[in-house]
Ligand binder design. Structure first.
Ligand SMILES: Cc1cc2nc3c(=O)[nH]c(=O)nc-3n(C[C@H](O)[C@H](O)[C@H](O)COP(=O)(O)O)c2cc1C
Length: 170
């Protein structure tokens, strides 16, 4: 299966990237194709609500930025993973901008989704979980797993092993 991971972290060698690497390893051990898109370091503006996409644009966005690399990957993906550090109880602004741009296409085609989060503190995930479940309900997609690691858990072999096993189980 084709899996697209959107990494919202601006740190290419950060905690989220390390977690994604373990997940990817597990996926690949089971023959899946994983494409990690570092939206946290890309030039992606937030949706402007100009409605170009739903009028003249025919489902394409008026903004010509790095989202042009994300849309084709999303169109092919059978599974989408949102991966992000928690920033003030939410996704990073970078990932939120990319998510807001889903608006142009209505809904990514993938019906299988997962969420990977890293944070400094424990119990800081409810707002993101609510958004994630709202998106899945809206697009009629299925959650395959939510993985959350705070500052004490992130970077441990236990965490890596868990997401690696998850990837391998898909
Ligand atoms: C701007 C900013 C806001 C953050 N807000 C939170 C927060 O609300 N709760 C929390 O537990 N950790 C918070 N953190 C810590 C990060 O979520 C945590 O260090 C994360 O693992 C960083 O991931 P990365 O290395 O992949 O970038 C914040 C960090 C930054 C830089």
């Amino acid at each position: 299966m084709k899996i697209v991971v959107l990494n919202g972290s601006p740190r290419p060698k950060g905690n989220t990237a390390a977690l994604i690497a373990a997940f990817k390893e597990g996926c690949e051990s089971s023959g899946h194709q994983v494409s990690v898109i570092p939206v946290g370091t890309m030039n992606i503006g937030g949706c402007r609500d100009c409605e170009y996409c739903h009028t003249k644009g025919g489902g394409t966005c008026v903004q010509k930025d790095d989202m042009e690399k994300v849309y084709p990957a999303l169109a092919e993906a059978e599974m989408v993973v949102l991966a992000s550090p928690v920033y003030y109880f939410g996704l990073t602004g970078q990932l939120q901008s990319a998510v807001s741009r889903f608006y142009a296409v209505g809904a990514p085609a993938a019906k299988k989704w997962a969420l990977l989060l890293t944070s400094g503190s424990p119990d800081v995930y409810p707002a993101i979980e609510a958004q994630y479940r709202g998106i899945l309900n809206f697009i009629q997609a299925k959650d395959l797993g939510i993985f959350e690691y705070d500052g004490k858990q992130v970077g441990t072999e236990a965490a890596f092993g868990e997401v690696r096993a998850f990837g391998a189980s898909l």
